[in-house]
Design a protein around this ligand. Structure first.
Ligand SMILES: O=C(O)CCC(=O)C(=O)O
Ligand SMILES: [Fe+2]
Length: 373
């Protein structure tokens, strides 16, 4: 179906350098408007991708209250944590204390604005490393487009000179958007710091082995809010193409609908993840923590499917060590001193910038940048 003349559609613009080194701009239709008018342009056909609905599985649930109970009694929960992070690279958490009602309201409020209002209320529209409003790794005219609208901001560190460092992409509507998200991010950081300690302990490493590389003053937390409107062709479209996150850890909140996030596991293939909207949050391992754990923890390869009848929202917090810091595998846990080193030292911002340069990819290619040959 082509974009009908009867409708007045808006577009995001993405700029990229093509294979001949030329600077190009491509126009990306706004999915809310397509959804509302039941249009499905060919550019959203993601052929060769996995489109089936598998039996939905609930990820392992880790009880943070149990992890914080006195030494000894927390051992079984630590073991469950290690098993989930090693095999799947993900787990749900409950009893984490993070309050999320305001965040859901502001995210819904933002995506409820018209395209013109959204564009006007985000101060800057540039894209650096995938930041800003409406960008989705577009690198060519022929690449399939994700059925998504998204806004990415840097929530930490908080810079004094906003013009250069946070791209001023925080929207000023709804008015409490930034305050609500910054509060959520600070609460999330505490939970993630605790989990970094638990993950190290669960691998018999010094409990500070990972967390000490995430300095409170300089660590980076990027927040991405994602909106997937109902899609006329879930059999052809993808909400987000398969990827692993470049992060250390990612904390994911989903609401509106479940059963859209799918994760690929070498033995089980694609698995659809589903869980009740009951305050649980999903934690997943990103590439940087896979490197820091010498490949013992696995960053998950995941994608998002679309749904024909329901809209879905998600909010991802990507927690990274400071951009200029050097990370390297921490060994000496269960593997012993003979453990083979799988990954090289990398500068965090160099890793992330290579990741964005080569994404999207068809497999976990970005991490090869850090792999010992
Ligand atoms: O919407 C989701 O469930 C996942 C989002 C995601 O993978 C991302 O933003 O990197
Ligand atoms: Fe992701």
């Amino acid at each position: 179906m082509s974009l009908n003349e009867d409708h007045h559609f808006h577009f995001h613009e993405a700029t990229f350098i093509n294979q001949n080194g030329e600077l190009k701009t491509t126009k990306i239709p706004i999915v809310q408007e397509l959804s509302r008018t039941n249009h499905f342009p060919k550019r959203f056909i993601a052929s060769g991708h996995y489109h089936a609905d598998t039996l939905a599985q609930t990820p392992p649930v880790i009880d943070i209250a149990k992890l914080r109970s006195p030494h000894g009694s927390r051992t079984p929960e630590l073991q469950r944590l290690a098993a989930a992070a090693k095999e799947w690279g993900l787990f749900l958490i409950k009893n984490h204390g993070v309050v999320m009602d305001d965040v859901k309201d502001v995210v819904k409020g933002f995506f409820g604005l018209s395209y013109e209002e959204k564009k006007k209320c985000v101060g800057s529209y540039e894209s650096v490393d995938n930041m800003g409003y409406g960008k989705n790794f577009v690198k060519s005219e022929d690449q399939p487009l994700d059925w998504i609208d998204r806004l990415t901001m840097k929530a930490a560190p908080v810079y004094v000179d906003e013009s250069t460092n946070d791209l001023s992409v925080w929207p000023n509507k709804p008015p409490n958007f930034r305050v609500a998200i910054e509060k959520y991010v600070e609460e999330s950081r505490k939970v993630l710091d605790g989990l970094l300690q638990d993950l190290a302990a669960s691998l018999s490493l010094d409990q500070n082995a990972f967390v000490q590389q995430f300095e409170p003053e300089q660590s980076e937390i990027k927040v991405r809010v994602n909106y997937y409107p109902p899609c006329p062709r879930p059999d052809l479209a993808i909400g987000i193409m398969p990827h692993s996150d470049a992060s250390g850890l990612t904390l994911l909140l989903e609401f509106g609908a479940t059963g859209a996030l799918q994760v690929h596991n070498p033995t089980s293939g694609w698995v659809t993840l589903s869980w009740p909207e009951d305050n649980s949050l999903l934690v997943n391992v990103g590439d940087l923590l896979e490197i820091m754990s010498n490949g013992v923890l696995k960053s998950m390869w995941h994608q998002v499917r679309t749904k024909v009848d329901v809209e879905r929202f998600s909010l991802a917090c990507f927690y990274n060590p400071p951009p200029r810091s050097v990370i390297e595998p921490v060994v000496g846990g269960g593997g012993g001193s003979m453990e083979e080193i799988m990954y090289k030292k990398v500068v965090v911002e160099e890793y992330v910038s290579n990741y964005y340069k080569i994404s999207p990819t068809t497999s976990k290619e970005a991490i090869m940048y850090a792999r010992v040959k």
